[in-house]
Unconditional design. Structure first.
Length: 283
């Protein structure tokens, strides 16, 4: 009986020692730092430029409905314009090949949400820099200077913003600064908002309104589509376009600004501008 008690005691002690050793064992490698026991911090999120290189393409948000800047040919499916060529040059700068760019359609209403949720890397889409938008995105330096104007049918009684009285109907695009500006500068006029520029222009041609307002460069594209229309009244705002980047991504903003300076210094910017707008940019 004494021997059995001793055997039981030895077994109990052995079990206790094994339990203590197990409890003192090292933590799994993924929870321990190289210093022995300090949790490892998660890796920092990859920068936008690193993500683009890893993916092998730049994803740019562009317009599909804006002649001269970004317009999709319904027959070929090809998207062309000044903004498109800027996106291609940026892809070449980052990846060494201008074909390594994916063009995703955005509108004035959808572009910021698409940038914020990571669907696109950058917005290159006739986007005016203003204080309200700076709260949501970071802008690059100005890459195009425009101004808001009016498009009317030739022979229209409307020849300036002063003619937008009560009873006149003005087309604009949802989410654009143009819609905000025209309400402030012609408060008596009725503003009709559309999802995109082509819908607005189609409505103007169908006689659903008296004028269409947006940036002069966009309106000039419409005149090229249909010379029965003309710009009137000159520009009544300044609309500096910037490329938009996710808020806080200072590294990518700095990279794109450097790219723009190099594009200007090489003369490539002037060539693209003249190709699309028929004149050299004002300096």
């Amino acid at each position: 009986m004494l021997k059995m008690k001793k055997l039981f005691s030895l077994t109990l002690v052995s079990m206790l020692m094994l339990t203590m050793m197990a409890g003192c064992g090292t933590k799994p490698a993924e929870q321990s730092g190289a210093g022995g026991g300090t949790p490892t911090k998660p890796e920092a999120a990859a920068s936008t430029i690193e993500a683009i290189k890893k993916r092998g393409k730049l994803v740019a948000g562009v317009k599909y409905d804006t002649k001269l800047f970004g317009l999709k040919d319904p027959g070929t499916g090809k998207v062309e314009g000044f903004d498109i060529d800027i996106a291609k040059r940026l892809a070449k700068s980052i990846l060494g090949d201008e074909t390594k760019v994916e063009l995703k359609e955005v509108t004035s209403k959808t572009r910021i949400p698409m940038l914020q949720n990571g669907e696109i890397d950058i917005i290159i889409a006739t986007m005016t820099i203003n204080e309200e938008r700076k709260q949501q995105v970071d802008f690059t330096d100005v890459y195009f200077k425009a101004g808001q104007s009016l498009l009317v049918k030739k022979g229209s009684a409307i020849q300036s913003i002063a003619d937008l009285k009560k009873g006149t109907k003005v087309m604009a695009v949802k989410g654009s600064t143009s819609a905000v500006n025209i309400r402030a500068k012609a408060p008596e006029a009725t503003v009709l908002e559309f999802d995109n520029y082509q819908d607005a222009f189609t409505a103007l041609k169908a006689g659903q309104g008296d004028a269409l307002t947006t940036d002069n460069a966009i309106l000039l594209g419409m005149v090229k589509q249909d010379p029965n229309f003309q710009l009137v009244g000159g520009n009544f705002t300044d609309e500096p376009y910037g490329m938009a980047i996710k808020k806080g991504d200072s590294e990518f903003v700095a990279y794109v600004n450097k790219f723009l300076k190099e594009l200007n210094a090489s003369g490539e910017y002037d060539k693209l501008y003249e190709q699309w707008f028929g004149e050299k940019p004002a300096k």
